[in-house]
Design a protein around this ligand. Structure first.
Ligand code: PRX
Length: 658
């Protein structure tokens, strides 16, 4: 395709907006692992048979006798009787099959350094790390925290935990140490694997030094295992802190993989819910591995001998767990792992990486696509992206314009684009076009994958034939969360109570179109999705009100051209506070408590918040005010004059984000 830019490109994309759907190119469909729509009916006719068959792709030390036990719903058990080891399936199996020299990860650092990490190297490292953890007293069932940047050691750490049956609890490197401490305390982690320092756009963050302040107070935390990455000086507490390199060098290089029950916990991953307290999503071993191996292979049409896969997420999110680590490695894939941001050291870095490693499958978030779009087509056009054959999107709704730009500029108009919908809770992709089958509509997640049942229902839980409603999942699936860590009541209440224990309530609104295709509209709860990062309004509010000069705060989302949503905070200061120049103070305060990702884009200082007569903050009105929309019904307001005052305040405020 000729490379087009500027107004020609804008006209070209506008014209494509008229196109309803993009069928897969003939050549792609012919060679694809899945190209026969009959698979939907086949899976639907016998879902358990389907999941039985797909589980056989993995190595089981003992076979299961029951595919699914749903008798204690909503607490599902998959592959009962089966025994399996996750790290064996991700690493040993490929080495034993003679593929030890295959690159598992082409790692690229922020400064342009490169490492080619083979499966054989990983096998040795994982075994040594497993032994190092064992010698620190970690055993099956003990939680190990991981707070690492995007470096190969994060994969070693996760798989070493899996090898010895110690559930890992990875915290995204962008979260503040206070948030790490909270997640470690909640999960009673025994060991934390962390780093001397992390690189952020050319700067170094002294992670270990920062973490020391927080972890000193945690009674359960026996040891810190410290990876040396940046060479940043850090104090090591004798008897508690252990150097990763030294521990691995001293460890026995052999650690046989112990088979664990299919339902043995594999990991906990904290995510945001409607309250300020994050939810500890618990995934177990067998079903999660089946779900991620299955989707990685068939949905991404992965041919491990020839493809190079790149999921640009961070391992600290579920996307990284499922589609950087487990899914690709279970399939023996070669992936790219990139340490930095898409615009560091420059805006060409992603595209030079695609060109350099001949990436064939690329999976990223709409926010990143929109950011690239705003930087223009010049950079991608300068690079040879012809190795790409499939593109994926995840994490937030993708607007048709961004979809088309991705399809045309990055995919050269020839790569299918799959808009994949799923959640931390679902573990695996649930709704998506199938690249060799579906004529994808830009911006539409299309339909549930074979074996998965998704519906759009009305407020009473009845399926609707067409129109807007709530997205629900009707039957269990292998990668599903099993519970919330140490909080089964909240698990039932959050997901399975509204329409009974057969229906998983997702928390997203969706529209079913006349063809029966699903368009995801966004969250229906108090969860905000900023740049594909899931945050709870309550969590941000509680961080803001912990500032000594703040009396009250309410946080809402506002649409944002790049990040999808942005945070707007309405803040009431303590009486007598001079709020001039306090925006930055509040933003820094939030960054310190949660992380930079949670900083409000806009802060509106106000002495009143619109409340009902019973004192409840009317968020609906705040959302309207933040968006500059006409206000809905204000008759239930305690003091209707408040909204007018807020509206004038917002009019002359600019975004405070730098
Ligand atoms: O609102 C949906 C949105 O992200 C939420 C899940 O967030 P998280 O658990 O952090 O997982 C994100 C990565 C899987 C969903 O409830 N979401 C995810 N994928 C899409 C999406 N919204 C629209 N389209 C998607 N493809």
């Amino acid at each position: 395709m000729t490379k087009i830019t500027g107004t020609d490109l804008a006209d070209h994309l506008d014209a494509l907006l008229e196109v309803d759907a993009f069928p897969p190119p003939e050549s792609f469909a012919q060679a694809a692992l899945w190209n026969d729509p009959a698979i939907y009916a086949e899976a639907d006719a016998d879902p358990e048979g389907w999941w039985d068959r797909h589980a056989r792709a993995l190595h089981w030390d003992e076979p299961w006798h029951t595919v699914l036990d749903w008798s204690d719903k909503p607490f599902a058990k998959w592959y009962l009787g089966g025994k399996i080891n996750a790290s064996y399936n991700c690493v040993d199996r490929h080495v034993e099959a003679g593929n030890g020299d295959r690159v598992a990860f082409y790692w690229r650092g922020e400064e342009g350094e490169e490492r080619a990490i083979t499966y054989a190297w990983l096998l040795e490292q994982v075994q040594r790390a497993a032994n190092a953890l064992t010698s620190l007293g970690v055993g099956p069932g003990d939680v190990v925290g991981i707070y690492l940047p995007m470096i190969p050691e994060v994969v070693v750490a996760m798989l070493a935990c899996a090898r010895i049956g110690a559930p890992h609890n990875v915290v995204f490197g962008g979260f503040a140490v206070e948030a790490v401490g909270e997640r470690m305390a909640e999960s009673e982690a025994k060991v934390l694997i962390t780093v001397d320092g992390a690189r952020r756009r050319g700067k170094t963050v002294p992670v270990k030094r920062e973490i020391d302040h927080t972890l000193g107070t945690l009674p359960s935390m026996a040891h810190l295992l410290v990876v040396r990455h940046t060479g940043t000086e850090c104090p090591m507490t004798a008897g508690r802190d252990v150097d990763w390199d030294q521990a691995l060098a001293a460890a026995d290089p052999l650690a046989p993989a112990t088979p664990f029950d299919a339902e043995h916990p594999l990991f906990i991953l904290y995510t945001s819910g409607s309250t300020a307290k994050p939810k500890g999503i618990l995934h177990t071993t067998g079903g999660y591995l089946v779900g991620t191996a299955y989707t990685t292979k068939y949905l991404f049409d992965l041919h491990p001998e020839t493809d190079v896969f790149w999921c640009s997420a961070d391992v600290g999110w579920i996307t990284g767990h499922s589609y950087i680590v487990y899914g690709p490695m279970l399939n023996g894939a070669t992936s790219v792992m990139y340490e930095g941001a898409p615009d560091y050291p420059d805006r060409a870095t992603w595209w030079s990486t695609v060109e350099r490693y001949k990436v064939s499958i690329f999976y990223t978030a709409p926010t990143a696509i929109r950011a690239c779009m705003s930087w223009g087509a010049e950079e991608p056009n300068k690079h040879d992206l012809s190795s790409l054959r499939l593109l994926g999107s995840v994490g937030e709704p993708i607007n048709p314009k961004a979809w088309l730009w991705y399809h045309q500029i990055i995919g050269g108009g020839t790569c299918p684009v799959i808009d994949t919908w799923w959640q931390t809770e679902t573990g695996q992709i649930m709704i998506s076009p199938i690249p060799g089958i579906t004529a994808a509509k830009p911006g539409c997640a299309m339909r549930a994958l074979p074996g998965i049942s998704a519906e759009v229902v009305d407020n009473a839980g009845n399926p609707i034939a067409e129109g807007q409603g709530l997205l629900v999942l009707r039957r269990p699936w292998p990668g599903m969360l099993r519970t919330l860590y140490k909080d089964p009541k909240r698990f039932v209440a959050s997901y399975w109570s509204r329409f009974g224990p057969d229906t998983y309530v997702v928390g997203d609104a969706a529209r079913l179109d006349a063809d029966g295709d699903i368009w995801i509209l966004g969250r229906t709860d108090d969860v905000i999705n900023v740049a594909g990062h899931r945050l709870s309004t309550a969590e941000v509010e509680s961080a803001i009100v912990s500032h000594p000069k703040v009396a009250e705060a309410a946080v809402v989302a506002k649409d944002d051209e790049i990040t999808g949503q942005a945070i707007v905070a309405f803040v009431t200061p303590v009486e007598g506070t001079d709020t001039d120049a306090m925006d930055q103070e509040i933003r820094d305060h939030v960054a310190e408590h949660i992380g930079k990702l949670a900083r409000p884009k806009r802060i509106i200082w106000t002495y009143d918040l619109p409340k009902t007569r019973s004192g409840k903050i009317m968020r609906r009105l705040l959302r309207d005010i933040a968006a500059g929309r006409e206000l809905g019904d204000v008759t239930t307001l305690r003091d209707p004059a408040v909204t007018d005052r807020l509206r004038t305040l917002i009019a002359d405020r600019r975004d405070s984000e730098d």
